[in-house]
Design a binder for this molecule. Structure first.
Ligand SMILES: O=C(O)CCC(=O)C(=O)O
Length: 313
């Protein structure tokens, strides 16, 4: 069965699942225009929430841009002060993130039924953008799992990895606006500790046994388990604008504290209560408000100042 007909089953087995042609041509063109303006401003140092070249994990130092570093990502696409083109009256990133078609897929992956009153347990999480390094140089991320450090023992890995008997507490996606082959992963590695070969491999190993380059056309969508063994390889001269988001489930249970760290380490807590959802239709706005409310509650449950970082470097 093609992946897009049963995205959850495909994700569970392989650790990723591709939904082809998710965006319409018109959505693609609107998002390209807004992203291009945002990347231009950010690479000139006019938007401080950026991922700077040469550093893989947060925190990033925006004062390095543009003189000592380029950017390979823009953070916080739902931020209330996000700079948008003047001819763009509503935030197309907000409209995409909370779009019924994206949330319906997320609910399917999180095993959440759709609730008529819109209060269905989804949690707002991260929404960022990954781009061609603006210093014009190639840049590579090392092999990693997003929320399990490389020093973890096999036992620790087993404890933290996805358990097929439980529903996912969150899911992550990439949505490229141009052809994308930057994401490389090892299918199935979300279910098992690293092999000896994987443990001993160079962190930047170019050809890890079993690796797959995730090849995506503009407007395709890929959901992946963020603890799958993966890396990113960015060329300095190939266009890349890939939207990168995640969404969670409120009853994440025991994993909630760890998940809160993964989400809040990016600084979302500082502006989430001011995010503006007025560009959404009534029903979508209610869903968005519910998702925001649950993120705020998650932050309160963890407590300010205790978030820390999942990975360093
Ligand atoms: O570039 C990508 O698609 C992967 C990004 C990634 O691995 C990360 O942000 O941790």
């Amino acid at each position: 069965m093609p992946a897009h007909q049963d995205p959850l089953a495909h994700l569970q087995i392989h650790g990723y699942t591709i939904i082809p042609s998710f965006l319409t041509p018109s959505e693609l063109s609107t998002l390209r225009a807004a992203s291009s303006a945002l990347i231009n401003l950010s690479s000139q140092g006019q938007w401080p929430h950026v991922r700077t070249t040469g550093k893989q994990f947060p925190p990033w130092d925006p004062s390095l841009v543009p003189h000592s570093a380029g950017i390979w990502g823009v953070q916080h696409l739902l931020h209330p002060s996000l700079p948008l083109p003047p001819d763009q009256p509503s935030n197309p990133f907000t409209q995409l993130y909370f779009s019924p078609k994206l949330l319906a897929l997320s609910r399917a992956i999180l095993s959440l039924p759709e609730d008529d009153d819109g209060d269905d347990g989804l949690v707002m999480e991260l929404f960022n953008l990954l781009c061609k390094p603006t210093d014009g140089k190639g840049f590579e991320l090392s092999w990693h799992r997003d929320d399990i450090p490389r020093e973890a023992s096999a036992e620790e890995e087993k404890e933290r990895l996805h358990n097929l008997t439980e529903a996912y507490s969150h899911t992550q996606w990439n949505l490229p606006l141009y052809h994308d082959s930057s994401l490389i992963l090892v299918p199935g590695s979300h279910l098992r500790p690293r092999t000896d070969v994987e443990r001993q491999a160079d962190p930047y190993e170019a050809n890890l046994e079993g690796q797959v380059v995730v090849e995506l056309q503009p407007g395709d969508l890929v959901f992946y388990d963020n603890n799958i063994l993966h890396r990113g390889v960015y060329s300095g001269d190939k266009e890349r604008v890939t939207l990168h988001g995640s969404v969670g489930r409120a009853d994440g249970g025991e994993g909630m504290r760890k998940r809160a760290r993964n989400v809040l380490q990016h600084g979302v807590g500082e502006w989430v209560e001011q995010a503006d959802f007025s560009c959404l239709e009534t029903k979508e706005r209610e869903v968005a408000e519910g998702m925001r409310k649950r993120l705020v509650e998650m932050g309160k449950a963890v407590g300010k100042g205790e978030v820390g970082y999942s990975l360093v470097g």
